[in-house]
Design a protein around this ligand. Structure first.
Ligand code: ZN
Length: 332
């Protein structure tokens, strides 16, 4: 079975996440379903929801103190899984390589989706790094001390406001210096160009789609795709129905072929070396034909049949492209 690395899941934030090792009755991802789907590694998101409904068009900000408290608890769940021997928290690229060969448990990259848990002075970043943090998205789809995320508006350009703040520029520079990947998914376009201009590393959008195919604010314009390609980065193609479909419907009756169409578009425009997977399992509505993480082989079949990708290209999309960009940011 092809080893798959998945660029984004929200399973740690779910109320039944204590069942991640044994298997949850619902949702999309747990360790048994990762094994069934060939997912040998993934980016596990620590996310703090906004007050009220997180799925409103423009989610409200969250204060640093509250975010820090809640995120510490969520991250602790992943560290507990590692202590129990159920996952290996990735601290260097060797941890990915071990997992890709089936040596030991799956590898989990600890990710902050929205940097509110980090103080604007960045003192907490060292402790998070020591706990295993290796990926940071400066913003979720709201504003914080570091920058501004895109509101959930469709259709919309991602050019929705100002760029990274001074604290945001300091954050991404410090991340690069420490060997933490920076993720542009949810970041607005001005922030994207601020990051791109710093040339800190390959530009990575962990879970996004193609704006030319579905003009959602969360998707990437052709110009952004070109910059990602030029930087050696990648797009983890998201499985969210509302970002895949040209009508943005949040409808599980969405053909799996749309994932392949977004992947093919990115491959044709900037090269298959810049295409990867970023499911957003447990964070969104995904096509019913996929079902959950165990259905990943069905997606690979569609990438072959509809996307026209051969086995070498599938190994790039499935694992090697993620390995390359993570190695570039981590440098160890
Ligand atoms: Zn997200």
């Amino acid at each position: 079975m092809l080893a798959v690395f998945d660029g984004h899941n929200d399973a740690l934030t779910k109320p039944d996440c204590e069942l991640l090792a044994a298997g949850r009755s619902g949702g999309h991802l747990d360790l048994p379903r990762m094994r069934a789907g060939g997912i040998r590694g993934g980016i596990f998101s620590v996310f703090v929801s906004s007050p009220g409904d997180e799925h409103t068009t423009a989610p409200e900000p969250v204060e640093h103190e509250e975010a820090a408290a809640r995120a510490t608890a969520v991250a602790g769940r992943l560290v507990a899984l590692e202590r129990a021997g159920e996952v290996r928290v990735a601290r260097s690229i060797r941890d990915l390589d071990k997992a890709s060969t089936g040596d030991g448990p799956p590898v989990a990259v600890l990710h902050l989706e929205g940097a509110e848990p980090i103080d604007p002075g960045l003192e907490a970043l060292e402790l998070w790094y020591a706990a295993g943090l290796r990926s940071v998205g400066p913003v979720w789809s709201r504003s914080n001390a570091f920058g501004h995320g895109v509101p959930f508006v469709s259709p919309s350009t991602p050019d929705t406001g100002p760029g990274l703040t001074e604290a945001g520029l300091a954050l991404v520079r410090r991340c690069a210096g420490m060997g933490i990947m920076v993720d542009v998914s949810h970041l607005n376009e001005a922030g994207f160009w601020d990051l791109a201009g710093l040339e800190l590393g390959p530009i990575v959008a962990s879970h996004s789609g193609v704006h030319a195919l579905a003009a959602a604010s969360r998707n990437l314009t052709d110009r952004q795709l070109d910059a990602i390609g030029a930087s050696g980065g990648l797009v983890g193609i998201v499985f969210a129905c509302s970002f895949l479909r040209p009508d943005f419907a949040d409808d599980p009756d969405t053909p799996l072929s749309l994932v392949a169409e977004h992947a093919r578009y990115v491959a044709d425009r900037i090269g298959v070396e810049h295409v990867a997977l970023g499911s957003d399992y447990d964070g969104t509505t995904i096509p019913a034909a996929l079902g959950d993480a165990a259905g990943t082989p069905r997606l690979l079949d569609v990438l072959r049949s509809v996307g026209g990708f051969d086995e070498r290209e599938l190994s790039l999309i499935g694992w090697e492209n993620w390995r390359r960009v993570l190695a570039a940011w981590w440098r160890s």
